[in-house]
Design a protein around this ligand. Structure first.
Ligand SMILES: C[S@@+](CC[C@H](N)C(=O)[O-])C[C@H]1O[C@@H](n2cnc3c(N)ncnc32)[C@H](O)[C@@H]1O
Length: 325
């Protein structure tokens, strides 16, 4: 049952999540059509854990359960189930509005993480830093698979958005210090909130809270940035899904090349979702002009951050490693 609850809280893909509940009921010799099983399902779905689960997700899961019961020739007989369904329907309607202030939490539980890590996101907000992006998951998975590249290092994440990838560098990656940087007030506030709500996760993974520093860094201020502590002190720079706008490529390139030019030991990992080949080609050619060399890394992720919203673009994410020539 605990496994089901973890998947439910993480808003993991619906069918395998429901199956975990049904498997548990089978061990109790209960059929999904029984009132007992329906009551227990309703109780699980209605009791929010530390991180709120979106009403839209709850509704889809309840519908999936109801279809399963129908296919078995049964009915929803539990009053509790019906009540939870009605509540989810009306809340999902509210969620489905375009309110940019609507928030929910996406959380992940996996043995590799050693705990439950959560991010508050604003799925309707226009600010791209208030959501999680596939490249961020892949970079986080890369850290889980290659902790030695980050252990004991000072790491600066550019365009860190919700801060998830940076937190993984601090916890699983065992970085000495992590600067999670971004430039909008909203993104930085949300990132601070996310570090705070993960205090328990960081404690479970024996990561002191002060490893994480939320820090303002605007690539367009590169001249000023070159003396910024998060550029001068970092051993590793990293960024996920930051190569998407040709207008900001020159300043992003300058930030990365300024950092790399300080020592040949410094290294930068960038995970990019390939939406437009030309944008990335421009990024590479500008970096080459600045004397930076790169390697393509063959890395497809390990699935730690599989969730409900991130299934579509994984295969388009490519990883690269940059160093000074
Ligand atoms: C597509 S989001 C990726 C967020 C996060 N890395 C992830 O993978 O979930 C791009 C990020 O770059 C940030 N960004 C864009 N322009 C920037 C600039 N000039 N300086 C600093 N950050 C910037 C945005 O605020 C946003 O957080």
């Amino acid at each position: 049952m605990e496994t089901f609850k973890k998947h439910f809280t993480a808003m993991a893909p619906l069918a395998p999540t429901l199956q975990l509940f049904l498997d548990h009921q089978a061990t109790l010799s209960r059929c999904p059509s029984s009132v007992e099983a329906q009551d227990e399902f309703a109780e699980c779905v209605s009791s929010d854990a530390a991180f709120p689960v979106g009403a839209g997700y709850k509704l889809k899961l309840l519908n999936l359960y109801a279809s399963k019961v129908e296919r078995l020739g049964g009915f929803i007989e539990s009053d509790n189930f019906s009540e939870v369904m009605v509540a989810a329907m009306s809340n999902a309607k509210l969620d489905d509005g375009m309110d940019p202030e609507y928030t929910c939490c996406q959380s992940f539980a996996d043995a590799r993480l050693g705990g439950v890590v959560a991010s508050r996101i604003y799925p309707r907000h226009n600010d791209v830093g208030l959501r999680l992006w596939e490249a961020g998951y892949i970079l986080a998975e890369f850290i889980c698979d290659n902790p030695s590249l980050f252990a004991g290092k000072t790491v600066t994440e550019l365009g860190a958005g919700c801060g998830l990838t940076g937190m993984i560098a601090g916890s699983v990656g065992r970085a000495k210090r992590v600067f999670v940087t971004d430039y909008t007030v909203e993104t930085l506030d949300n990132m601070r909130h996310n570090v705070e709500i993960n205090e328990a996760y960081l404690a479970v993974t024996e990561t002191p809270l002060d490893v994480m520093t939320v820090h303002h860094l605007d690539w367009s201020q590169t001249a000023k940035n070159s003396t910024d502590v998060c550029v001068t002190d970092a051993d590793v720079m990293m960024a996920a899904d930051c190569v998407y706008d040709v207008c900001v490529i020159p300043c992003l390139v300058e930030t990365v090349s300024t950092f790399l030019s300080q020592s040949r030991e410094k290294v930068c990992f960038i995970a990019t979702t390939f939406r437009n080949e030309k944008t990335f080609a421009l990024f590479i050619s500008e970096l080459e002009k600045a004397g930076v060399q790169y390697d393509s890394l063959v890395y497809e992720g390990n699935g730690t951050f599989e969730g409900v919203w991130n299934v579509c673009e994984r295969e388009r994410v490519k990883m690269h490693m940059f160093r000074n020539k």
